[in-house]
Design a protein around this ligand. Structure first.
Ligand code: FRU
Length: 533
């Protein structure tokens, strides 16, 4: 039976069989979240790229649909791209009788042995697509791909971003009708170039906190591969302004969207139903994705995320905002609570103890804790609050935690997870981390090492001082072979795959606090439903 194989995630999307990579064509229409994806329907490795397709009413229960776009000729591939709803029929491709929110236009890269060009396919049911016999954009290059289209309200125009991977550039194009495109501007060499730029996405992100809460800012996201500081693939972003022609980044710093090794080719959903920003990334890394020990499928998508900008005290190194991501609409799959600790005066002892909880159930798990630490944390205070997820034999584990101190760092350690396989693959490195808090004013000026920033907002810092303590929260989602950690309500996220030897499953969580100055403010362990029939 499907979806019961070793390492198969139970609430993350994965294809029934064969190889999947980037999310494509993310668009919401008529109550359905559409997820198209890079798919090789004939092999367990990349190649022969098609657009696979699935839809969901709640972002977690997915219905598989037939392949949406397939190449015409052997050796060609349908590479990454995006989808929009042409509600006003600007393209003239739809009948008047087709409902406005059923006018799907997908824009993708046709990859041939000699060229990469941009093309369009349309559909009036979101399932069956017809290719338009016209090349939208060509520059006679084999390095020109991943078109992402959005409707630019400000200028009443369609805008497309396309990557020139090895020139470390993104070009912005505009169109009145999705068919005729004109170059507007080019964005180059900002942040970390890596070896190539892929999958650009310009998106407006709601500001969650600070003086401008409720407003939005423009964020340009792009993927780099290889060239991540952690090795292989990574998603970076720039915060800035879009004036209808040009994107201007606030600064040239390198900021990454997730500190784990398995978060790539992020894309945002078009036409989000509530105006919030949602997206998903491929939970893998090109360094080892084609050899990971799963079968008959390879790869899964991350948990769908809601994105916001959180405000921090302005600082020359960090700027004002950090792009945060947290799991979207988790209520849709929350099941039984397995353990709950509310630290009040009756529980002072429990708040200072370690806790071991059995992860009973066939789905995934959500573990939430707040760690309460003294206000005078400094570089010499080095205490860890962590969740160790143990396999059924108790011999293997993966750990996510917070290392308190200056800086305070969130980390994932998979050095004791699936050693047999990991030992044979030098790229399957075991530790990754990002900075949660940094009290010092010292900062190297160019690079930002995490998605991270400094201390708290001024208000939070004042409140912590008053209370004589500060709190850091950690949420971990674990689903067979993928772990996602979220510090401080999404301020920082880390996504990491792992493969326990002997097909063991996660079975227990051990929540530890490193010393007696640290205590648990709360701890909740919940089941997340298995979403496959
Ligand atoms: C990113 C990527 C894209 C390309 C696709 C091919 O992972 O390399 O640039 O369109 O994958 O499958």
């Amino acid at each position: 039976p499907l979806y019961t194989e070793a390492h198969r995630p139970q609430f993350h999307f994965s294809p029934t069989d064969n190889f999947m990579n980037d999310p494509n064509g993310l668009v919401y229409s008529q109550g359905l979240w559409h997820l198209f994806y890079q798919y090789n329907p004939t092999q367990l490795v990349a190649g022969n790229q098609h657009w696979g397709h699935a839809v969901s009413t709640d972002l977690y229960h997915w219905q598989n649909l037939p392949i949406a776009i397939a190449p015409e000729r052997e050796g060609d591939g349908i590479f990454s791209g995006s989808a929009v709803l042409d509600v006003n029929n600007t393209s003239g491709l739809f009948e008047d009788s087709t409902p406005a929110d059923s006018r799907f236009v997908a824009v993708y890269t046709l990859n041939t042995p000699t060229e990469q060009t941009q093309h369009l396919a349309y559909s009036s049911d979101g399932i069956h697509f017809t290719k338009l016999n016209q090349t939208l954009l060509t520059i006679n290059s084999t390095q020109f791909r991943d078109p992402k289209v959005f409707w630019d309200e400000g200028q009443s125009q369609w805008v497309m971003t396309v990557a020139h991977p090895q020139e470390y550039a993104v070009t912005f194009y505009s169109s009145p009708n999705l068919k005729d495109w004109q170059e507007l501007s080019r964005f180059r060499m900002t942040g970390l170039p890596g070896y190539q730029y892929e999958c650009p996405d310009l998106v407006q992100i709601p500001i969650e906190s600070g003086p401008d809460a409720g407003k939005r800012r423009w964020v340009l996201v792009n993927s780099i591969n290889p060239g991540s500081p952690m090795g292989g693939s990574i998603v970076q972003y720039y915060i800035g302004d879009w004036d209808g022609r040009t994107f201007t980044a606030d600064d040239a710093a390198f900021r990454y969207a997730d500190f784990g090794k398995d978060y790539y080719a992020f894309q945002s959903w078009s036409n989000s139903p509530d105006g919030k920003a949602y997206g998903v990334a491929w939970a893998s890394n090109w360094q080892y994705t084609q050899v990971v020990p799963t079968s008959p499928f390879r790869s899964f998508q991350s948990t769908p995320r809601e994105l916001t900008l959180k405000y921090y005290r302005p600082n020359p190194m960090y700027g004002e905002y950090v792009l945060s991501s947290k799991p979207a609409m988790l209520d849709n799959i929350r099941a039984k609570t397995l353990y709950k600790l509310d630290a009040d005066k009756h529980h002072q002892h429990a708040a200072r103890a370690n806790h071991t909880v059995a992860l009973r159930g066939d789905g995934g798990f959500e573990i939430d804790a707040t760690f309460v630490l003294p206000n005078d944390v400094n570089a010499t205070y080095n205490t860890i609050g962590s969740f160790e997820i143990l396999s059924s034999s108790g011999k293997q584990s993966i750990t996510a935690g917070i290392q308190m101190g200056e800086p305070t760092v969130a980390f994932i350690d998979r050095s004791n997870a699936g050693r047999r396989w990991a030992r044979t693959n030098p790229f399957f490195t075991d530790k990754s981390s990002g900075i949660v808090r940094y009290q010092s004013e010292y900062a190297p000026d160019q690079y930002i090492l995490g998605p991270l920033p400094p201390s708290a907002t001024a208000a939070e810092a004042a409140a912590a001082k008053e209370a004589g303590q500060q709190t850091i929260s950690l949420k971990v989602l674990v689903d067979r072979s993928v772990l996602e950690a979220f510090a401080n309500d999404g301020q920082l996220s880390g996504t990491s795959v792992f493969f326990f030897d002997n097909d063991e499953k996660p079975a227990t969580v051990r929540v530890s606090i490193g010393d007696d100055k640290l205590r648990l403010g709360s701890l909740v362990v919940r089941q997340l439903k298995s979403t496959w029939p």
